[in-house]
Ligand binder design. Structure first.
Ligand SMILES: [Zn+2]
Length: 366
């Protein structure tokens, strides 16, 4: 959890509209030009230059949009309690979500089920878990239409059940997008059995939020190291590679993916993935591997620190980065504070905090 310091930092910052930011002896235009010349990643190293400036993005009237915000419904917590040796979850309620959002200038949170300990199987239990989760989330959206959106769960090990749930979630519940896991059992998202699901997601121009999971192969590889410490990051990179190798990105270009945690380990591996992409599969990435990586979206949850943000921004344009907190595991205040101190230009912070997500979700509507 972020500590109280984060909130204190946020609350001390004066409200400075973006247009009021002036740089003593350095015009905003010059700094933007400088940042552009160096590349977005290099802009992070401009911290000393920005140190004395009014901090930006403190104007919460526009509201941040949090694309990585979990709900832990009571029925889900009951299921977890029946599983031996699962870790603890933080206490969650809709009012706790709203409180953290209010404190940190988040106007809208896109809710997704936190999946850990209990996951989707390919039978009736998987379908029931997805349906209950989606009905629960839709009710929260109905109760708080100005604050919540919904990224609906699918029981993906079961493509037929997933197609039925997608129709219900998008057409009846009017969910804003779909939330998938990086893997199910030992299958990653590019798996051929999932093709009909991505075909339909593509037809609908759906936003697909991809949250990490620990695949069967890689649970407890190192004892005492929770999956969230390392494996989540590797599994996110693995599923991105799976989507590349099976041509899912290139064949279904209207699916708008958001990968959690800045793409996990992907930014570090991107150039290697491009250089070593199998030549006999080149037709699956006709515009190149980096082209496909650069047009996906990535969230800031646990990826807003200078090292992680610098890594992802060295691979993708800032237009592809969206605000994510990972509440209730972390407070949105952590990302807010990191972005405010990142040294990035105010317009870029605003885009990451809100504008990029507005554009992304509007495209789905169209
Ligand atoms: Zn999460």
């Amino acid at each position: 959890m972020a500590d109280d310091n984060d909130h204190r930092i946020v609350s001390q910052v004066p409200s400075v509209p973006d247009s009021d930011i002036s740089l003593s002896n350095v015009s905003r235009r010059a700094v933007l030009k400088h940042a552009a010349a160096l590349g977005a990643g290099a802009a992070l190293s401009l911290r000393p230059l920005f140190a004395k400036l009014p901090r930006v993005d403190s104007n919460t009237t526009h509201g941040r949009i949090d694309v990585h915000h979990h709900m832990l419904p009571p029925f889900y917590m009951d299921l977890r309690r029946a599983v031996p040796d699962v870790g603890k979850m933080p206490a969650w309620s809709a009012s706790k979500s709203l409180e953290d959002m209010e404190k940190n200038g988040v106007s809208t949170a896109m809710l997704s089920l936190a999946v850990s300990g209990v996951t989707f199987d390919a039978g009736e239990a998987g379908r029931s878990l997805a349906r209950k989760s989606n009905d629960f989330g839709a009710q929260l959206v109905k109760d708080h239409p100005a604050s919540f959106g919904l990224l609906a769960a699918l029981p993906l090990p079961d493509p037929k059940g997933s197609l039925a749930e997608m129709e219900y979630a998008l057409d009846t519940l009017h969910a804003n997008g779909i939330a998938l896991l990086s893997s199910y059992g030992d299958k990653w998202l590019g798996d051929a059995t999932y093709e009909p699901v991505f075909e339909e997601l593509n037809r609908r121009k759906a936003v697909v939020f991809v949250h990490p999971n620990a695949p069967n192969c890689c649970v407890n590889v190192l004892p005492h190291v929770p999956a969230s410490t390392m494996e989540f990051y590797f599994d996110t990179a693995r599923t991105i590679e799976s989507l590349l190798l099976n041509g899912t990105f290139s064949r279904f270009p209207n699916v708008q993916f958001i990968f959690s945690h800045g793409g996990g380990a992907m930014p570090i591996l991107a150039n290697r993935m491009a250089r070593l992409f199998p030549k006999d599969l080149a037709s699956y990435a006709p515009n190149g591997v980096l082209y496909e990586l650069k047009r996906q979206y990535y969230d800031t949850a646990s990826a807003s620190n200078p090292t992680s943000l610098g890594a992802i921004m060295s691979i993708v344009p800032s237009s592809q980065i969206v605000f994510g907190s990972d509440f209730p595991f972390l407070s949105a205040g952590e990302v807010v504070s990191d972005l405010m101190h990142s040294g990035l230009p105010g317009a870029m912070v605003d885009a990451i905090s809100r504008d990029n997500a507005v554009r992304l979700f509007a495209r789905m509507k169209g």
